[in-house]
Design a binder for this molecule. Sequence first.
Ligand code: ZN
Length: 278
Amino acid sequence: MNRKLLLIILDGVPWRNFRRLFGNLEGWVDSGEARVWKLRSVLPSISASCYASIHTGVTPQEHGCTGNGNVFRLDHKDIFSQVREAGGVTGAVTHSFWSQFFNRHPFDYVRDVEYDESDSATINHGRFHSMTGYGKANQMTPSDVDLFATLTNLCLRFGLDYGILHTCTLDSMGHRFYHDCEEMDHACFVIDEMLAPFIPRWRQLGYEVIVTADHGQDERGHHGGRSALQQETALYYFGDAEGPDAETVIDQLQLAPTILTRMGAPVAETMKARPFLR
Ligand SMILES: [Zn+2]
């Protein structure tokens, strides 16, 4: 492996909320530690379909996940499988869909809530949560600081080359309260402050870091379809690579080949999009 990288997915954050409310991330853009671009999600702009496209680099029309009710073990090669092929160690602190897509389905709560499998062809170290019982009145999400700490714990204990973290807190808040309200201002403010101390720590451990979302959300907290608010989010990059012009809109399908190229792992033949970092 040439480099180590952490991918942080904050579920359901539209472009305007990243740029308006994440003062630490934006401060690092101003100081030159980070770069930011607009990123457009695939269609449908629904969580499971986007997770599958982020990691396989192919459209929902090709991988076949049509939404959150259609989750299965995907056939396509993905970031985990390619990092493993190059001899890297992988970890995931995410919703259980990621384990189902890339390791095994169905999700067995006891077997799969936490595993360390050094011989795995995909995920070596997994820590998952299912959000079972999720609804407007009860979000069923862990505290984000616990998730950030768990990823850091895996990096230190197991020497991850690639780690992914995913949290649904803001998506759930958006479905409940929508986006132009005091509750969402505060939720974005809190997660930005919780995340911030971990970024320099991960950088000191030698990781490049990407922070983005799977999709946006519109004025009524909706996503799944086609509109700027539903599809467009931000991508923040901490690392040494050269990127495109500031006005460039990154296609979500570019994430997988970009990450693999950065790390020095083989890009799967199914990943046709062009890497945006070099
Ligand atoms: Zn989502």
